[in-house]
Structure formats: C-alpha cells, structure tokens
Design a protein around this ligand. Structure first.
Ligand SMILES: Cc1cc2nc3c(=O)[nH]c(=O)nc-3n(C[C@H](O)[C@H](O)[C@H](O)COP(=O)(O)OP(=O)(O)OC[C@H]3O[C@@H](n4cnc5c(N)ncnc54)[C@H](O)[C@@H]3O)c2cc1C
Length: 251
C-alpha cells in the first residue's frame, strides 16, 4: 500500500486530521485498530455546537463518515512498526490474516494509548508518566523524525475531545504546510466574496453559488435528520479494568 499521508488511529484527533489532509488533496489513509477511548463516554456535553450534548458514539460515527465523504481511505489494522526509508516512512500493520506494509511520505501518530510501534526510531522522543507513554512533539506537532508527526492525547494534549480534534487539525495543517500543497485555508465562501473584490480565490478556498449553497445545506439537513432520528443503540464501552478489578486511574 502506498499513500501520501498515513494516520495511525481513527479516533478524534486522527479522523479530524485526516479530513483536513484529504481536503487539501493529499491521499490519506487512516489505519485503525480497536476503538476510540471516547466510546467509553456516557454523554458528551462539552463539544461546541451541541447545546444539550450529543451521544459520543454518534459523534464518532459522524466524524468517520465526514472523513470518508472527504475521500479518506480506511485500513482496519494495528500498526506494529514504523521505519525510515530513503524517501519516506514504512509502516507495518497487523491484519487478521497477516501483515501489510504501507509506504508513505508523511505519518501522523494519533494512537492513544499505543506508541510501541515507534520504539525503533531513535530520533523519536517518548516520555513515560506512570503507565502512560507520550510522544514528544514541538509546538507544531513535529517529532524528531522527518515526516512523522503526533497529535491528540498521545502528544500529551489535555484529555478532552475538542482539544484532541483541534490539535489533530492544527498538526494536519503543519503537515500540509510541510508538503507541496500551496498555502491552504479550507474556506467555503459565497460567490463573489473574493472575485467580487478583484481577488483570486486563494488556494484551498472555494466560492460557491447561491444555488450550490442551498443544495449543500439541504443535503446536510437531510443527513443530520436521519442521523439524529433515533437514539444511538450502542451503550458506552466500560473500562477494561472494571471487569478484572485492576486500577488505572487516568482513563
Ligand atoms: C470515560 C470517558 C469519558 C470521557 N468523556 C469526555 C467528555 O465528556 N468530554 C470530553 O471532551 N472528553 C471526554 N473524554 C476524553 C476523550 O475521549 C479523549 O480526550 C479523546 O478521545 C482523545 O482523542 P485521541 O484521538 O487522542 O484518542 P482516541 O480518540 O482514543 O483515538 C485513538 C485511536 O487510535 C487507535 N489505535 C491505538 N493504537 C493503535 C495502533 N497501534 N494501530 C492502529 N490504531 C491504533 C485506537 O483504537 C483509537 O481508535 C472521555 C474519556 C473517557 C475515557
């Protein structure tokens, strides 16, 4: 498998980052194994835009659908190893019936709480606190290895959904900036917003007609009505230690 951007982890940070890199035109593959820790939440009440909160499993499923709508590809597998190559990075991933290799120009670790696949990379700093290991990043999400980034809780960001999503987006923008994609805003503006003032539409921006705006709004209303028509049937996932009576205070 070959891609521009490989994102390890399809949780909050990974799916948000993937939506940004795919919308910027970079081929984006999310490799995910297991489920987001947010699936353990009982009711999500601090994400902007949902006055009475939202079911966390519904939120996760809409995040994943949004990534797919924007062209993100998915690979169900556990990443076990990352190595450097002459022109990028190679990820080894375990699937049910063997292993796959993925070559990529850029990789983004968002795999709370597994960083074991980075152990062989001497230039990646890992910080252990209690039972948790965090990936060291600079202010922009870059690690010590060219082309390798980390975002969300694994980069030791505070443990909230909107923080993980925001960091995923921010680090994706760093990655986009480091790539050949020209300056990138990801804005959708009404027709004439730029051109009506004699300006070019900036890279990564779009001007849409009133008719197109109405069509997109109607499609989003239809989809949201369908998504919120019925209560979510999946209950929260319980912490594994509840069953075996061990203790892990943090999550
Ligand atoms: C009980 C509970 C309640 C919570 N309630 C709230 C709340 O009300 N409000 C709030 O803001 N936040 C809440 N949170 C916190 C929130 O869930 C996290 O901060 C957020 O999910 C972190 O996002 P992330 O993308 O860093 O990690 P995650 O969302 O956990 O995503 C990590 C992904 O990486 C995958 N993965 C891991 N290792 C590998 C590997 N080797 N290969 C491939 N994939 C891998 C995992 O399966 C997972 O899908 C709660 C957390 C818990 C536990």
């Amino acid at each position: 498998m070959d891609t521009d951007v490989a994102i390890v982890g399809g949780g909050v940070a990974g799916l948000t980052a993937a939506t940004f890199t795919a919308r910027a035109g970079l081929d984006t593959l999310v490799i995910d194994h297991g489920e987001s820790i947010l699936a353990r939440n009982a009711h999500l009440e601090n994400v902007p835009g949902f006055p009475l909160g939202i079911n966390a499993r519904t939120f996760l499923s809409l995040l994943r659908e949004q990534a797919a709508e924007n062209g993100v590809e998915f690979h169900e597998a556990r990443v076990t190893r990352v190595s450097e190559t002459d022109d990028g990075l190679r990820l080894r991933a375990e699937v049910s019936d063997g292993e796959t290799d993925i070559t990529t120009s850029y990789a983004l670790a968002t795999s709370w709480s597994d960083s074991g696949y980075l152990d062989e990379l001497a230039d990646v700093g890992l910080t252990k606190r209690g039972s948790k290991v965090y990936v060291d990043v600079d202010d922009f999400g870059r690690t010590g290895v060219d082309g390798l980034y980390a975002a969300g809780r694994i980069a030791e960001k505070p443990h909230q959904t909107v923080v993980a999503a925001g960091h995923g987006a921010e680090v994706a923008l760093t990655l986009i900036d480091d790539s050949d994609v020209p300056f990138y805003h990801d804005w959708v503006a009404p027709e004439g917003y730029f051109t009506g003032r004699g300006r070019e539409v900036p890279p990564g921006c779009e001007e849409i007609s009133d008719e197109e705006r109405r069509e997109r709004e109607q499609a989003s209303l239809d989809r949201l009505q369908e998504a919120f028509a019925e209560p979510q049937s999946e209950p929260p996932t319980m912490h594994p230690s509840v069953a075996d009576d061990t203790d892990d205070a943090e999550d």
